[in-house]
Design a protein around this ligand. Sequence first.
Ligand code: AMP
Length: 398
Amino acid sequence: MPKQTIADVDVASKTVLMRVDFNVPLDDNKNVTDDRRVRMALPTIRHVLDNGGAVVLMSHLGRPKGAPDPAFSLKPAADKLRELLGGVDVQLAADTAGPDAEAKVGALRPGQVLVLENVRFNAGEKKGGDDAYNAKLASFGDVYCNNAFGTCHRTQASMYAVPKAMKAAGKPAVVGFLVEKEIQYLTDTIQNPQRPFVAILGGAKVSDKINVIDNLLGVCDRVLIGGAMAYTFSLAQGGKVGGSLVEKDKVDLAKELIEKGGDKLVLPTDTHAGDDFSGDCNKMIVKAGEVPDGYEGLDIGPETAAYYAQLVKAAKTVVWNGPMGVFEMPPFDAGTKAVAQAIADSDATSIIGGGDSAAAIEQLGFADQVTHVSTGGGASLEMLEGKSFASVELLDDK
Ligand code: AMP
């Protein structure tokens, strides 16, 4: 059932309590090094301000231990938001649900924004069950809005207990435009894809992606495998993997997936191997399953890269999650680059899962040439597994 969005409620003269994901990367001087998560929240925030409402923002940043810790203050994110909103009054509260937050919420006027301090400064946030904390936050808004896709797979207080308390008080609880868009691409497009529908899955561990592979084999025409997890599949086929990163305890599972996938599951035919985990090691291109002792597979080989690019170019829908090799270490970025280039060149609806593949597509400068780059790592993986989120389910239906 589609969820109501912020556009479905009247926000004039109301205060919208909005959960965002401002968990931004910071450098040593506390400068935001990648402001994508703040930028992605802007349309929803602007919508409320333009329609006569005020906004109270809640977010986590990093992993403080349930108590205030200046190292994890949301100040850099609030400063970035003020800069991006240009001319809007953006304040930062000294606490999350304490006296300063309460006073500042009370003084807030339409057109203004208040950022509460890091929700993880409170022991109740992660437990999701401190009634006084939940009730205090719930009292800060007339409307609840979930615009924190990166956190949607969690049921921490600001994601779950707080909207539940607001709903119980008769207040609307809706999704923001970012969450609406993420769900549209990561579930609707995948459930009703234009075909051929090709998924490319890579990364270090097959154990992280088993459920994704399993779910996508049910809906895709082809599932292309790359990254270190290809070597566990190689072992399952009786291949030699040398010193490649493998999960021996997942070999039986890989066998089951090979059997279940049949022609749909596409494995690399060659491997770029090195005699050391470094960019300037001795290298060789070998057939898949023929990595000699003393060498490890560090990327898909050129034949595989060309074949995967060809399949991607012929696709109408593409989903990509996880690098094809050790993309941080050239020349073992070649396979990942080839796949990224093919996705950028194709006319397909292209959806890039969060985490490393999102970083790779940004780094390579292709982000504008794909349909959707997810802001959520764990959350986008869970969506690709076919799961739905309790934090979204509880919100108001259309
Ligand atoms: P994941 O977090 O599972 O998406 O995995 C991403 C990580 O997998 C990246 O840091 C890559 O360097 C790593 N990776 C990909 N292919 C390989 C490989 N062949 N050997 C070792 N690490 C790899």
